[in-house]
Design a protein around this ligand. Structure first.
Ligand code: ZN
Length: 177
């Protein structure tokens, strides 16, 4: 699936898993570290699920990479320091399979290098298991993309109080003063 869908999913994973009330009350970083590991794992699982379901690639690969990187940088920057590890590891988990399986080939192509290509590790990138659609019939794909974006919006709406805390920079000043 286009990376942009993985990165937007990562935001909802971080928001869904972060219990800001518990973290605000806690005096140690145990909750943050635990939630970060969980965010990486769920991000990785979400990548698998999204690559398994039928999908086309509506966004051009270069634009996809640039916009995704921009989303990652800006969102991580906007995140309160206290929650940055959770957000960062959620992003990392959600793009990790593509970094491992696809980036060597992309680097080879872009830099005209000849690094040996390894077998793909993640099953959802293999032809037999991937949901990539190789013809022009993208109705299922469009439906899946819409359902995904709708799910992300619903999660963010239901967790809006946590979102306010996660992106609250005033609170950051107080904490780190
Ligand atoms: Zn993938």
């Amino acid at each position: 699936m286009n990376v942009i869908f993985h990165t937007t999913t990562a935001i909802s994973v971080a928001v869904l898993l972060t219990d800001t009330r518990r973290i605000e009350q806690s005096t140690t970083s145990k909750n943050v570290v635990g939630t970060s590991i969980l965010a990486f794992t769920v991000g990785l699982i979400s990548h698998g699920a999204l690559d398994y379901i039928p999908h086309c690639y509506p966004i051009n690969s270069k634009l996809d990479a640039v916009v995704s990187l921009t989303i990652i940088v800006i969102t991580t920057w906007l995140t309160n320091k206290k929650y940055r590890l959770i957000m960062g590891l959620s992003f990392l988990g959600s793009i990790f399979p593509d970094l491992v399986d696809l980036s060597p080939a992309i680097i080879n192509k872009q830099l005209r290098l000849n690094f040996p290509a390894f077998e793909k590790i993640f099953p959802w990138h293999l032809h037999d298991y991937s949901g990539s659609i190789y013809n022009d019939n993208c109705n299922n794909s469009t439906l899946n993309h819409i359902l995904l974006l709708l799910t992300i919006c619903i999660i963010c709406w239901c967790r809006r109080t946590d979102i306010k805390t996660i992106f609250n920079k005033d609170n950051e000043k107080n904490n780190w003063a």
